[in-house]
Design a protein. Structure first.
Length: 74
């Protein structure tokens, strides 16, 4: 979880540096940082949740294909 926190802190610092000269737009930079952070969290949760299901689906498909149970030597 510390990697996620580090990512958010870096993202916040990057947004802060980019808009430092625009003091009146500081709130916008924070909003963009929060939005990007929430999107990143959503992607991580979705991939984590659906990852196992997708793996099972691909295993079913490969087993159903002719020669799907053979191991590729290369």
């Amino acid at each position: 979880m510390s990697q996620v926190a580090t990512y958010f802190f870096t993202l916040y610092a990057l947004a802060g540096d980019r808009f430092e000269d625009r003091k009146d737009r500081g709130a916008t930079a924070v909003e963009y940082g929060l939005m990007v952070g929430l999107i990143a969290v959503a992607i991580i949760v979705i991939v984590g949740t659906l990852g196992g299901q997708l793996e099972g689906l691909f295993e079913q498909i490969s087993t159903a294909l002719p020669g799907g149970d053979e191991v590729d030597p290369g």
